[in-house]
Design a protein around this ligand. Structure first.
Ligand SMILES: Cc1cc2nc3c(=O)[nH]c(=O)nc-3n(C[C@H](O)[C@H](O)[C@H](O)COP(=O)(O)OP(=O)(O)OC[C@H]3O[C@@H](n4cnc5c(N)ncnc54)[C@H](O)[C@@H]3O)c2cc1C
Length: 251
């Protein structure tokens, strides 16, 4: 998809498979990304172009392709969605007041209302990058959902469980900024459970960093110390360990 006004091209269904980095002596011996290999061909990266990896939980996979280790892991979450309209139509004894109308959260479930959708979510599971539900966890999720909202039972029974990954950094802090080992590489990852809430803010900050704003300028304009989220020292060059990770992750 191309947008001339914004000067943006979006390549859908394009998966990064490998990255070529080159080292030139007139660049102080630093590496630079020069090509991105995808399932749909090679994207050439000119010298003055910067690359931002913002691939959620898969950021660690993409950085491993460049011999880097990033402490980013997927915390798998479970969700199902029930239509309020269908519930009310199927059971005339139920009224809108019998259904969740806003966020209802307890130590197990987080239920929210998005228009007609009653969205039920739960579970934080470390079980690799597979996004299919683990049967035991799914059973528990459904049992807890039914116990809290028995009025939705027929719909909970037929709603499929969908899983997604919350990208977590091991120390709980976003990784936002430049990767020192590779001259034109930036990363924006790690909001965990708060990716929708943080998207606008982290997008603005990474945009400023890519534009070349200094940490001091950002602090002055946003009142925010971006240094606290610096990937330096947390994303590290680890050629051998990243090879082991790639073998384990089968990438
Ligand atoms: C059940 C559940 C409920 C949640 N509820 C909330 C909530 O109420 N509020 C909130 O703020 N957050 C919520 N979150 C968290 C939120 O969804 C995440 O924090 C957010 O999606 C992270 O955004 P992201 O863009 O960093 O990563 P993602 O959304 O995971 O996006 C990463 C993208 O990278 C792409 N990608 C991966 N590998 C490659 C590759 N090799 N090449 C090219 N592209 C690649 C993927 O296809 C994907 O599109 C919830 C998460 C879950 C699972």
């Amino acid at each position: 998809v191309e947008d001339d006004e914004l000067d943006v091209t979006i390549e859908h269904n394009t998966c990064v498979k490998a990255v070529t980095t080159t080292t030139s002596t007139n660049n102080g011996g630093k590496s630079q990304i020069s090509q991105i290999h995808t399932n749909r061909g090679v994207i050439e990266v000119p010298k003055d172009v910067k690359v931002v990896v913002a691939a959620g939980s898969w950021t660690s996979h993409i950085l491993a392709l460049m011999g880097l280790y990033a402490p980013v892991y997927p915390l798998k979450g479970y969700s199902m969605t029930v239509s309020a309209k269908e519930v009310l139509e199927s059971n005339p004894q139920l009224k809108e007041a019998d259904l969740p109308s806003r966020i209802v959260a307890d130590k197990y479930l987080y239920t929210s209302r998005l228009g007609d959708d009653i969205r039920i979510t739960s579970i934080g599971e470390f079980s690799g990058w597979d996004t299919s539900p683990t049967p035991d966890a799914d059973e528990e999720f459904r049992r807890e959902s039914l116990s809290r909202m028995p009025q939705l039972a027929p719909f909970i029974h037929k709603a499929p469980t969908l899983c997604g990954h919350r990208p977590y950094v091991s120390d709980g802090l976003l990784l936002l900024g430049k990767i020192p080992a590779i001259e034109n590489l930036f990363v924006s990852v790690g909001p965990g459970s708060n990716g929708w809430k943080l998207a606008m803010g982290s997008g603005d900050i990474i945009n400023r960093l890519v534009d070349g704003q200094s940490k001091e300028q950002i602090k002055e304009e946003c009142g925010f110390d971006v240094g606290a989220l610096d990937p330096a020292g947390r994303v590290v060059s680890a050629p051998i360990f990243s090879k082991i990770c790639r073998a384990r992750w089968d990438i």
